[in-house]
Ligand binder design. Structure first.
Ligand SMILES: [Zn+2]
Length: 298
């Protein structure tokens, strides 16, 4: 901290790397000033990971092995000369979140494909700080004061100053976020997971693969409608009101039958056919049975 050139370069680097994250940028710049005035002879270790991946931040944390490694975070360890203070940043729950369909509407014209395409150029989204807010999360900063390697006091940064709070950690804060936003989190997970082929994402449209099972002649003859159809897909919890197809069918593994959207059927369903799954097509606000008929009834 005595080397003014180092400190100046560091601040410039922080400002650049956190261009899309004004919250942490301001926090860290302020923290550096704080360290400079409070511990002018100290050395610091600093690490910043700010992927700016919006929705994928949540998805990767859930879907990847050691997913915590994909969560944005930073730490600054102050040595004066022993370890005196640790600052760190974590993502945590804030106010209410949008639903996933609302979020797709707001940022990706309602298109899941548009969201998935963004990954092909790295997944970095300039609107990350807004998206994070819409996901019901926020970038937060914490400080723990250390003495002989143990935490003596713990603070969070709020409204411009450090306030005493209960000790926590980035993974605990993220788990609390998941707990609080279960519906949104499972929407993100179940909707993206089937498209995730590891190195790339599959953009194909699930409706097209269901078209081949449609038997309109038999459908018109039998004229069977689904009564009491659910509002949302049992698996991804997306509203079914915008869907063209719905499947009432068996789910892979020994799971109970489910009402599924086309995406979830393609990912988690078994097949269309009597005893396996019935295919329904939207007609105004009703669902007409168009595939998987009972062969014994006329
Ligand atoms: Zn679904």
């Amino acid at each position: 901290m005595q080397n003014l050139t180092h400190v100046k370069n560091l601040k410039e680097d922080i400002a650049a790397v956190l261009e899309t994250n004004p919250v942490w940028r301001n926090h860290i710049l302020q923290i550096i000033d704080e360290i400079k005035s409070k511990f002018p002879d100290s050395k610091i270790d600093i690490y910043v990971f700010n992927p700016s991946t919006g929705v994928f931040t949540i998805y990767y944390a859930l879907a990847k092995e050691e997913g915590y490694l994909y969560l944005p975070n930073y730490y600054i360890l102050v040595k004066n000369p022993t370890e005196t203070r640790l600052y760190f940043g974590a993502l945590e729950a804030s106010g209410s979140s949008m639903t996933f369909p609302q979020l797709l509407q707001e940022y990706y014209n309602g298109s899941l494909t548009a969201l998935l395409m963004s990954v092909t150029w790295g997944g970095k989204d300039e609107r990350d700080s807004d998206i994070i807010e819409s996901l019901g999360a926020q970038y937060r900063s914490y400080r723990s004061d250390l003495s002989d390697g143990t935490v003596t006091e713990f603070f969070t940064f709020r409204d411009g100053k450090w306030r005493s709070c209960e000790a926590s950690s980035p993974d605990r804060l993220f788990n609390a976020y998941v707990e609080k936003n279960q519906t949104l989190v499972s929407q993100i997970f179940f909707k993206i997971r089937p498209r995730d082929k590891g190195a790339f994402f599959n953009f194909s449209n699930a409706d097209i693969s269901l078209e081949e099972y449609v038997d309109m002649a038999t459908a018109k003859k039998r004229n069977i409608y689904y009564s009491g159809a659910p509002d949302v897909c049992d698996i991804c919890r997306f509203p079914l009101s915008h869907e063209k197809f719905m499947v009432d069918g068996a789910v892979q593994g020994d799971l109970p039958w489910a009402n599924m959207c086309a995406d979830c059927f393609c990912a988690y369903g078994v097949k269309i056919g009597w005893g396996h799954g019935q295919l329904y097509k939207r007609e105004a606000d009703k669902w007409l049975l168009v595939g998987g008929f009972n062969p014994d009834s006329e």
